[in-house]
Design a protein around this ligand. Structure first.
Ligand code: NAP
Length: 290
């Protein structure tokens, strides 16, 4: 039976009522970039939304845009690094809609620099958000999925979760961990009716730079890293949040285990073919002063 069907057994006959209940999706980091593009695409596809991020105002704007598309949305300001806030988010979502069909773990932060320049606080910023944020939502929502014997979990990893990139060590550590989380969950939960998939984009033209952390030998080096990424992001050929949103939709609709978005599949193929030269190219391109 689908989410939108209620079966009523009467003494003389059995009637299946098709209700207007729409499928539901919970998205973290839904206020901008990939999360926002995904929220709007899922609304266009007929989903009702639960939108989570920390800042209230941009979330409320996305909520309004979803409602303008004719779908229901609630926004729940949440810091996904905090397990109790995530538990409250999931409880609120379930209270409101009765069930959740899809979880999209997306809130994340980019961090770049030489390995020795990161403080432990920097490491925590990357791991607490990019990994623990995902674990918190899965931990809170998995019992619901298991009880229903259905559900989809989408984890936004990165090409940096498939290919080791120098000068992105905490970021790659968090994203490789997300890849492991995704693939092992996929294997365990598939027979239980729960689909788990990983999304692996290359650099995307989003506002990731706003929160990104750059470290270097000195302030100038850190600034040069920021400008280098700025330059890459401003290149017209770089993929957009909407491209990632389409990949997420494809993964959910067609139950794909993983999708390397656009140019990421080329990067992965090149690395598989020539790992040594690719590492050299990455190092030359990203080492700057360090
Ligand atoms: N952009 C890229 O080049 C790229 C490439 C590969 C993979 N990815 C991955 O794709 C995902 C989304 O990236 P994006 O480019 O769309 O990022 P973005 O534009 O910076 O958006 C990040 C979103 O996460 C939210 N967020 C940040 N910290 C949070 C926290 N502690 N709790 C809850 N929400 C939080 C932000 O809202 P608030 O600040 O209001 O909380 C915002 O909505 C990330 O996991 C990223 O690693 C991005």
């Amino acid at each position: 039976m689908n989410a939108g069907q209620i079966k009523v057994n009467l003494s003389l006959c059995s009637v299946t009522l098709i209700t207007s209940m729409a499928p539901t999706v919970l998205i973290t980091g839904a206020s901008q970039g990939i999360g926002k593009a995904t929220a709007l695409l899922f609304a266009q596809k007929g989903y009702d939304l639960v939108l989570a991020a920390r800042r209230t105002e941009p979330l409320a704007e996305v909520e309004q845009e979803v409602q303008n598309l004719g779908r229901a949305a609630i926004s729940v300001p949440t810091d996904v690094r905090e397990a109790d806030q995530v538990k409250a988010l999931v409880d609120k979502a379930l209270d409101h809609y009765g069930s959740i069909d899809v979880l999209i773990n997306n809130a994340g932060i980019y961090i770049s620099g030489p390995a020795e320049q990161f403080s432990l606080e920097d490491w925590h910023q990357a791991i607490d958000l990019n990994l623990w944020g995902y674990i918190h939502t899965i931990h809170a929502l998995l019992p619901h999925f298991l009880e229903r014997g259905s559900g989809t979990i989408v984890n936004l990893s990165s090409i940096g979760g498939k290919v080791p990139v120098p000068y992105l060590v905490p970021y790659c550590t968090s994203k490789f961990a997300v890849t492991g989380l995704t693939e092992s969950l996929h294997s365990e939960l598939k027979p239980k009716g729960i689909h788990v998939c990983g999304i692996y984009p290359n650099v995307i033209k989003s506002c990731l730079m706003e929160r990104a952390i750059f470290r270097g030998k000195d302030e100038q080096d850190a600034q040069a890293r920021r400008e280098q990424l700025d330059l890459v992001v401003s290149t017209p050929v770089i993929e957009k949040p909407e491209d990632v949103a389409k990949a997420i939709w494809d993964a959910v609709k067609n139950q794909r285990a993983e999708i390397l978005v656009g140019s990421a599949s080329v990067s992965k193929a090149a690395y598989n073919l020539l790992p040594g030269p690719m590492q050299w190219i990455f190092r030359q391109g990203l080492k700057l002063k360090s």
